[in-house]
Write a protein of this length. Structure first.
Length: 195
């Protein structure tokens, strides 16, 4: 990122594998569900990739335990403490909260009003607010699949159906050029050189 050329870059990191992922549980609980051993290993790998970049201006994390744990591992590698920001929190899953993931596609059960899941438009609004106020030109934020997808939707406008059907893998990166409003890398295991 040292060669960012005046661009404002946002590197979004999905948290490492958590107990929720391993057990198939849907949760936005702040203190429940730690990272698994695999999740800590994934966080260490992401930390190594980010530590080689240098020059990170802002470092943020969701308040949810699995994201904070991922951020702690990354923070040790980059020499920064993450600022916890509520706007990076996993979306509220309503009637599904704390239960087994429903069968069927994510975009169907997340959009079903009977489930009372936080609406996509509300999720996008909080992510947009975070992006607008995050300090620095080179920003790293540890968050969640839907939150990261909402940021992508803000850039490409393809809507909830497409974005809810996809999700970056645990501890992979999505990199956005905020200056141009473009996604420049999606679901990559390492931050490409020259970012």
């Amino acid at each position: 990122m040292a060669e960012h050329g005046g661009r404002r870059i946002l590197v979004l990191v999905r948290h490492g594998q958590s107990q929720t992922n391993a057990l198939g549980i849907v949760s936005s609980s702040i203190e429940g569900y730690s990272l698994t051993k695999t999740g800590f290993e994934q966080a260490a790998k992401a930390a190594k990739s980010l530590s080689s970049l240098g020059g990170i201006d802002g470092f943020y994390s969701s308040p949810v335990l699995r994201a904070r744990q991922t951020a702690e591992v990354i923070g040790k590698a980059i020499g920064m403490n993450a600022i916890v920001d509520e706007r990076l929190r996993e979306r509220w899953f309503g009637r599904i909260e704390g239960k087994q993931m429903p069968s069927g596609s994510d975009e169907v059960w997340k959009s079903d009003p009977r489930n009372e899941v936080m609406p996509w438009v509300e999720l996008k609004a909080k992510v947009s607010s975070f992006i607008d106020s995050a300090a620095g030109n080179r920003i790293v934020a540890v968050s969640h699949g839907d939150t990261i997808e909402a940021a992508c939707d803000l850039m490409d406008g393809r809507g909830a159906a497409l974005h809810q059907a996809h999700c970056p893998r645990n501890c992979n990166f999505v990199i956005i050029d905020l200056t141009d409003g473009k996604i420049i890398a999606y679901d990559v295991e390492a931050v490409p050189e020259g970012i």
